[in-house]
Each structure stands twice: as structure tokens, then as C-alpha cells.
Ligand binder design. Structure first.
Ligand SMILES: Cc1cc2nc3c(=O)[nH]c(=O)nc-3n(C[C@H](O)[C@H](O)[C@H](O)COP(=O)(O)OP(=O)(O)OC[C@H]3O[C@@H](n4cnc5c(N)ncnc54)[C@H](O)[C@@H]3O)c2cc1C
Length: 294
């Protein structure tokens, strides 16, 4: 038998989660791929606390149950264009209407389309749990505690996160940074309704002809999204030219052969993507152009 719970607010949801074996259910587009005959689902989409999109001075703040379609159609917050590029490439409209950003993160598939973007933009996730009254960190009801951690720390492996069974992902925080060039690429068998063979996000900022910030993230070529701060720093410092950077990624990446692609194809595509992105970034930096993507 399948049981389902539809709490009215976050506090009630967290109590239910702490009380028993219930599975958080946002859009259900990953969960329902492998439905279980006996399950208890905790529906999240009706919770007002998890469905907001806002911005502070420092961050874009996206509620975990915000769908791809919500992100693509809202007009309140000027979200990073590169995130919207990734959302447009998820599946097809029916899945984009149901699937959520929080679900993509908690599912922790290395092929999740938004993950390379969120890694490149240094996103963090906020988790909430119900606390007994004696604990000091509380919301106004005195019953919810939160922790904030970088996404790259939250995701630990294929479908593995450090979310505790009594925690819900409530929000995704993306630092507001002015990038001069951003790019998202998804390579798959078709343009729509296909899981990536390789995905890539590059984000760079330049000031007065100097590269000041660089993030390069690769999806579907490791157990989690691959990002390497040492290589990025070497490029930023001018220690690596494009050829040296490509060589460094060639040594770093360990793609596998599976039903979607071969290791060799994935490697070649990744190296082409990074070469092309760095070529564009360095050309733009030298020309002093200020193309703002965010
Ligand atoms: C036909 C099809 C095509 C697809 N194509 C793509 C694609 O192109 N690109 C892509 O990236 N993905 C794709 N997916 C996968 C899926 O749609 C996405 O990963 C989506 O973002 C999942 O969101 P959801 O809300 O449906 O998650 P759910 O299925 O509701 O949940 C996924 C997991 O996260 C947990 N969870 C969800 N929300 C929370 C929360 N707030 N707190 C704690 N745990 C939570 C659930 O318990 C579950 O373990 C596809 C799926 C299908 C069925």
C-alpha cells in the first residue's frame, strides 16, 4: 500500500519526516521511474516555504520545489542566464512542468542538467530539520534548525548526498557574481528528452584585460560533477596556456563507457568544450570586451 502525506507547512513536513519512514516527493519525476508497491510519500510541492524565488544583496535564493518551468517563466528575479540555459535543456515540457531544482540536486545523478551550472556558480544548499525545543538555533516557531553547505560538499557520489533522513532541502543559494562569459553545453543523443552524454558549464569574469574568475564544471564524466580549483587557479595565474589546461583536464577526467556513450567520445568532447570556452574567454579578455551574461 502507498501512503501519502500532504503537510500544510514546513514545520509539519519536518515533523512527519522525523516521525517516520517517509520519502520526500517533489515533482516525482525521478521517484516514479522506480515506483515502489509499499511506500510512504511526503508531498512537498504545496509547501509555501519551498516554492519561492527571491534575491538578497548577495544571493539568488531558489526554493527547492521550484520547477524548471517556474524558473523559465518567472519575471521577478533576474536569474543567471546560464542556469536558464540548462533548464531549457531538461527533458521536454511535461517533465519541466513537474521536475524541480531540489529534486535534481537530491537525486544526485552526475547527469543532472543543472548540476554543472550550480557547481560552476558556487551554489550552496540550505537544509532544514525539526529540532526539539531545547536547541538554540530556531525559526520563529522555535522548531526548525537550518544548515547551509556548499553543493559540492552536499553531493557525495552517484545518487548519494549527505542529507540526513530527517532533513529537507529548502533552498538553493547562488552568489550574485558578474560574469563576463558563461556557457552551458549538453551533448546528448537528441536535442530534447535525452540524458546527457556530457555536460559542461564554463563561467569567467574579466576586468581591465585580466581574467579574474574562472569556473569549469563537467557533468556525466565522473561520479559527481568534476571541477578542479587547482587547474582553474593555474589558468587564472597564467601558469597554464590553453594547451596546458587541456592537457591537465585530459589527465584529470576519468569518463566511463556505458549505455549512453564511450569513454573516448566523452573525453574528446570535454576537451573540445574546454578548449573552445577558454579560447573565447581569452579572446574576450584580451579585447577588453565586457559581455555580461548575468
Ligand atoms: C522522461 C524523463 C526525462 C528526464 N530528463 C532529464 C533531463 O533531461 N535532465 C535532467 O537533469 N533530468 C532529467 N530527468 C530526471 C528528473 O526529471 C530531474 O532530476 C528532476 O529535476 C527531478 O525533480 P523532481 O522534483 O521530480 O524530483 P523527485 O522525483 O520528486 O525526487 C528526486 C529525489 O530527491 C528527493 N527530494 C526531492 N526534493 C527534495 C527536498 N526538497 N528535500 C529532500 N529530498 C528531496 C526525493 O526523495 C528523491 O530521492 C528526467 C526524468 C524523466 C522521467
Amino acid at each position: 500500500m502507498v501512503n501519502s502525506y500532504a503537510p500544510e507547512n514546513l514545520s509539519e513536513a519536518l515533523r512527519l519526516l522525523q516521525a517516520g519512514k517517509v520519502t520526500p516527493y517533489a515533482g516525482g519525476t525521478d521517484i516514479m521511474v522506480h515506483p515502489r508497491a509499499a511506500a510512504s510519500y511526503l508531498f512537498l510541492r504545496q509547501l509555501p516555504e519551498l516554492g519561492q524565488i527571491s534575491a538578497t544583496e548577495q544571493f539568488y535564493v531558489i526554493g527547492s520545489t521550484v520547477t524548471y518551468q517556474d524558473l523559465l517563466t518567472q519575471t521577478k528575479v533576474d536569474l543567471p542566464d546560464v542556469l536558464l540555459q540548462a533548464c531549457r535543456k531538461v527533458a521536454a515540457p511535461p517533465i519541466r512542468n513537474l521536475g524541480t531544482l531540489g529534486g535534481n540536486i537530491c537525486n544526485a545523478s552526475p547527469a543532472g542538467d543543472t548540476l554543472p551550472v550550480l557547481y560552476a556558480l558556487d551554489a550552496s544548499v540550505r537544509l532544514a530539520r525539526f529540532e526539539p525545543a531545547s536547541v538554540n538555533v530556531k525559526d520563529t516557531d522555535g522548531s526548525i534548525s537550518y544548515r547551509l553547505l556548499p553543493l559540492r560538499q552536499f553531493i557525495q557520489g552517484v545518487r548519494r548526498t549527505c542529507r540526513q533522513p530527517d532533513e529537507l532541502l529548502t533552498e538553493i543559494l547562488i552568489p550574485k557574481v558578474r560574469y563576463t562569459l558563461t556557457e552551458y553545453e549538453k551533448i546528448a543523443a537528441r536535442k530534447a528528452q535525452a540524458i546527457s552524454k556530457v555536460s559542461f558549464c564554463g563561467a569567467a569574469a574579466a576586468e581591465a584585460g585580466q581574467l579574474t574568475r574562472l569556473a569549469l564544471a563537467f557533468g556525466s564524466v565522473g561520479v559527481t560533477v568534476v571541477r578542479d580549483s587547482q587547474i582553474e587557479t593555474a589558468i587564472l595565474n597564467g601558469d597554464y596556456d590553453i594547451a596546458a589546461a587541456v592537457k591537465a583536464y585530459d589527465q584529470l577526467l576519468r569518463p566511463i563507457t556505458d549505455q549512453r556513450s564511450t569513454a573516448g567520445y566523452r573525453r574528446t568532447v570535454c576537451l573540445n568544450l574546454v578548449r573552445n570556452f577558454l579560447t573565447a574567454v581569452l579572446a574576450q579578455t584580451r579585447s577588453g570586451a565586457q559581455v555580461t551574461d548575468q
